[in-house]
Design a protein around this ligand. Structure first.
Ligand code: CMC
Length: 431
């Protein structure tokens, strides 16, 4: 091996030098283990809370260059997919590495469409929730419950079985999501309409009241499809990491998706779109923006939700597409009055030293909530709308993990900081 593809490390404690092989520009953390002061030691580890600088896998699905604001699925730039593809085409791409031919897309669409119904007992699961249950909590429970309806799903190493569950999950998530919503507003459940497209069917299950057939406005349906494309995958984010971690124990994909949904629910991840709307409502008017930004900077006002990203240190490319999309939707349904507050907030933040220095830009969640709200979708549903398309990404990540020979059960190490060994103290001797 030449020194060119090695990292040479000298341990100042022992004076010993080690050559750590470099592959794809990285070292393997396990190679650090040979570095020790004496043979009885465990060996050196890399301490990396929150995975700030740890690649947990190799992946060929999604590429992000956070400094340049680039996002690609399987090599295709997100703005091209958002402009030219449909969500089901993108889901196919994520699963199969290539865009489908017309025949492949027809088959895939038919498979998804014929799996949109859920077992009738799922109604009872959702019906069992309190009237004011958050739809995301219901979604987590309902998707986990699907595990009990498809016991074959545990055969995760059988490619055919795996693919069947992937189709089922893509197909049934809109049904579970819409039913969670209908329960939370006390409306009867609407069954899937398999004559409609993926997104039109979802909107029908959400919105249909007494009309025999629900017909979504084509601009609205397309906007929702684009939002689904933009949210379909985002490489090793918090929920994808959870999906991979749960899946690595060979749990079935319904349980893994339930866990991933739970991770997505948090306000620092997919719950941020909900938090943005609540924040914009709280700010209320343009005049309150400077005071709000000041409070954020001093730490009194919490964070500016919808701003900042672990990976993007530039404008999130998804936010750019969504901003443009918002105009198209507002042309149909009327402008969301909170848009002006959002635009002012963006303007103030992007010219403020605090945000500039920390490279905090609007992320995907900053404008998406404004569109959802303009479509009269309640704020509680926002993370649910994120979960539906992200299921495609989770499943692609999950299958890639299962097929990757480098992967094993996910099990990080720790740096123990607790007590050294001590003897048990009987109750009467404790102070
Ligand atoms: N408002 C104000 N300050 C912020 C914000 C924000 N939104 N985000 C980060 N900072 C500050 C933070 O206080 C820290 O400052 P300092 O160096 O003085 O301590 C610095 O910027 C670095 O922040 P961090 O917390 O170390 O960054 P992170 O990579 O751990 O966090 C984040 C990323 C997305 C959790 C964070 O930016 C955040 O909380 N944003 C608001 C929530 C949000 O919009 N989440 C959606 C993310 S996009 C959708 C998704 O992928 O889920």
């Amino acid at each position: 091996m030449t020194t060119k593809d090695c990292l040479t490390v000298t341990d100042s404690r022992t004076g010993k030098t080690y050559e750590l092989p470099i592959t794809n520009g990285n070292i393997r953390a396990a190679d650090l283990r040979q570095i020790k002061v004496d043979e009885t030691e465990f060996g050196m580890m890399a301490y990396d809370p929150a995975f700030m600088n740890t690649a947990s896998c190799k992946s060929a699905i999604t590429y992000i260059d956070g400094d340049k604001g680039i996002l690609r699925y399987r090599g295709y730039p997100i703005d091209q997919l958002a402009e030219k593809a449909t969500f089901l085409e993108v889901a196919y791409l994520l699963f199969n590495s290539e865009l489908p031919t017309q025949a492949e897309l027809d088959d895939f669409t038919r498979d998804v469409t014929t799996h949109t119904f859920v077992h009738e007992n799922v109604r009872t699961v959702i019906d069992g929730f309190r009237y004011d249950a958050h739809p995301m909590g219901m979604l987590v429970a309902a998707v986990g419950a699907l595990s009990t309806f498809y016991p074959e799903a545990k055969h995760v190493l059988d490619g055919e079985v795996r693919r069947r569950q992937m189709i089922r999950l893509i197909a049934k998530m809109p049904t579970l999501a819409a039913w969670s919503y209908r329960h939370s507003v006390g409306m009867p459940f609407v069954y899937p309409d398999n004559e409609l497209s993926y997104v039109e069917n979802f909107l029908s299950m959400m919105k249909r009241v007494a009309e025999p057939k629900f017909k979504a406005h084509p601009v609205i349906a397309r906007a929702m499809d684009v939002l689904f494309i933009l949210h379909a995958d985002h490489e090793q984010n918090c929920s994808a990491n959870v999906m991979r971690a749960i899946g690595s124990s060979r749990a079935d994909p319904y349980c893994s998706v339930a866990g991933a949904c739970a991770a997505l629910y948090g306000p620092l991840h997919g719950g941020a779109n909900e938090a943005v709307l609540r924040m914009l409502r709280e700010i209320g008017s343009l005049g309150n923006v400077p005071a709000f930004v000041k409070d954020v900077k001093t730490g009194r006002g919490g964070r500016l939700m919808g701003f900042g990203h672990r990976v993007y240190k530039n404008y999130d490319p998804r936010a750019k597409v969504i901003k443009h999309l918002a105009d198209q939707v507002f042309d149909i349904v009327g402008k969301n009055p909170l848009l002006d507050v959002a635009l002012e907030l963006e303007k103030v933040a992007l010219s403020d030293e605090y945000f500039v220095e920390r490279k905090l830009y609007p992320n995907v969640d900053f404008y998406s909530g404004l569109i959802y709200q303009a479509l009269e979708i309640p704020v509680d549903m926002f993370p649910v709308l994120f979960a539906i398309p992200r299921t495609a990404g989770w499943l692609a990540q999950w299958e890639e993990m299962l097929l990757d020979k480098d992967q094993k059960i996910s099990r990080p190490r720790q740096v123990y900081t607790g007590e050294a060994k001590r003897d048990f103290l009987p109750l009467e001797d404790r102070k």
